[in-house]
Design a protein around this ligand. Sequence first.
Ligand SMILES: [Mn+2]
Length: 320
Amino acid sequence: MTVVSITHGDDLDGLTCGALLTKLFNAEVILANYDTIEDALKSVPESTDQLYITDINLRDALICHLNKIAEKTKIIIIDHHPMTQTFKVEMREKGVEVMHDTRDCASALVYNIFRSRLEHDAARIAAYAAISDMFEDGPIASIILDHMDRKFVQHEAFILTHALGCEQSSEFKYQVIKDLSVYAYPHRIKNANELAYKQLEKIVKIKDIIPIKAIKLGRLAYMECNDDLSTGEVANIIMDTLGLDVGLCYKISDGMANISLRGERRLIEHLGEIAFKLADNCGGFGGGHNRAAGAKIPENTLKQFIQDLSEELKPWVPFP
Ligand SMILES: [Mn+2]
């Protein structure tokens, strides 16, 4: 049986899904992100028996591509990003299996579905993803983590998270998938420690720049980043450095702005829902989780997007 896995290639949750599916089915893993998902779907060979799509927020605009694949291939979507009802219904009508839960990370969902076929060590792989994706409190992840040496598993998860923040080459990502699929310890993965250290140094350097470069707007601060850090990482560091509720970071390429939003732990607003709505108004697309979201919009609408976002974030009222 030929199994293909299309998974999010930009973070550890996506890579661990790929690793578990490699372990289970010897799947051929295709790494994708929101820029490349369409091409990834088009590249699925017609001879594929099963296609797993994990940790990717599938937008309604991709339904036509999925329908075409579903004619020949069994598609299984396992994800935790908010999903429209239209999407779920349309997919299920085409025989696509949709396993969706927003409470855990995608890798914990994959682990839970196949746990009877996986070794005990697979739980660690899902735990790394839960920690990295900030889904430690999910119903599956919390049970897994309750039985673990939490400090050890957290340290391993963060070595890998930071290493991946520093080294985004597909060569390194495929090495990580291969090693995790045989339950390697992250600190033993080639170059992982050195890369994690390098990433921490990069973070410290960007923290020095933020107070000078970032612009504050109510509960939000924003900044462009053109270096080799990810917008998601920088958005988090903006929030951290300035002590504000939401950090926004963007990169411009080909007339489009790629935006990441990160919010503080107790944020009341849902950044994913806000990003979905505002990006749609701008003629782009967006979405994501409560405290971690993203959008891609035409560059000339960026100012409006930021302005609208600051208005969505009502002035914070301390305990009434
Ligand atoms: Mn995820």
